[in-house]
Design a protein around this ligand. Structure first.
Ligand code: CUA
Length: 319
């Protein structure tokens, strides 16, 4: 995305520079040409339609170009590809906690392979932070109480600065980290390091522990909606609205279940606000998501079924 952002930025700079030059040249020229002179009276001019049309239509054209170009770049940057690798980001005063969908956890460091689309699903545990990677031309506020997303595809290996770009307290300036872009082979080696299994498998375990499965049954219709194949689909609500079951919908349904009641169901689900950490909500979201992907869902179920991959306790490295 950096090339697109730079091109637009340079275009804006060139257009602004040319306009500034034109305005100042004319200003100086007119000031000299039409200066007050003894014995020369001022000439009254009633206006010129062709001139006014020219200086209205040309800038309009330039602004429309800027608008369309900017909108295209914006939508590209805001629309993650469907098959992107997912990383959950939890910001807190004053660190970045990152968890890969495959289960790897990191603090203030994000390892990614070169050439792969990576989608970040971000939330904050306390105040507003902002995820800022200048080299990638990426910046996105990270808010408490909801998810914001970001995506990128790194094109060169190397280590890039990660900053917090929203003043978030006394150690805001120390809330920094690195994005480490690796060759795919080295990345695979890094990924094969110790993990507690895929995030969706952790989510499945939490799902079972919290008793979610007693209502959200996968075999028959329980007291709660069946979650198989739910993610990414439209959901009809009791009040007639239709919403897309995205990350924020699943999150809200866990923490504020009464906010959007699915058509045909009663508002009987208790809230899990305060009972689950941000990391656990992320794991639950990853689990619900995995129920809609034939491949990864099978893999995560297999991983969850095997106690050995599941045994290490989560949260041991991060509090
Ligand atoms: Cu986090 Cu500034």
């Amino acid at each position: 995305m950096a090339g697109n952002v730079d091109a637009l930025y340079i275009f804006l700079l060139v257009v602004s520079g040319m306009m500034t030059l034109l305005i100042f040249t004319l200003l100086i020229y007119f000031a000299a040409r039409y200066r007050r002179r003894q014995g020369v009276g001022a000439e009254q001019i009633e206006g010129s339609t062709p001139l006014e049309l020219t200086w209205s239509i040309i800038p309009l054209g330039v602004f429309v170009v800027i608008f369309i170009w900017g909108a295209v770049v914006y939508f590209q940057e805001r629309t993650p590809p469907r098959d992107a690798t997912e990383v959950y980001v939890v910001a807190k005063q004053w660190m970045w906690k990152l968890e890969h969908a495959e289960g790897q956890r990191e603090i203030n460091e994000l390892h990614v392979p070169v050439g792969r689309d990576v989608k970040l699903i971000m939330t904050s545990q306390d105040v507003i932070h902002s995820f800022y990677v200048p080299a990638f031309r990426l910046k996105q506020d990270v808010l408490p109480g909801r998810y914001t997303t970001l995506w990128f595809r790194a094109t060169q290996t190397g280590t890039y600065h990660l900053f917090c770009a929203e003043y978030c307290g006394t150690q805001h300036s120390g809330m920094i980290g690195s994005i480490i872009v690796m060759e795919p082979a080295r990345y695979e080696a890094w990924m094969s390091g110790g993990t507690s299994g895929p995030l969706s498998a952790t989510g499945e375990k939490i799902f079972a522990e919290l008793g979610c499965a007693t209502c959200h049954r996968s075999d028959i219709q329980g007291r709660g909606p069946n979650l198989q194949g739910l993610f990414g689909r439209p959901v009809k609500l009791e009040d007639g609205r239709t919403v897309i079951a995205d990350e924020n919908y699943v999150r809200e349904s866990i923490l504020d279940p009464g906010a959007k009641i699915v058509a045909g169901f009663k508002p009987v689900m208790p809230t899990f606000q305060g009972l689950v950490s941000e990391e656990q909500v992320n794991a639950l979201v990853a689990y619900v998501k995995s129920l809609s992907k034939p491949g990864p869902a099978g893999a995560s179920s297999a991983a969850a079924a095997s106690p050995s991959t599941n045994a290490p306790t989560k949260g041991s490295q991060v509090q």
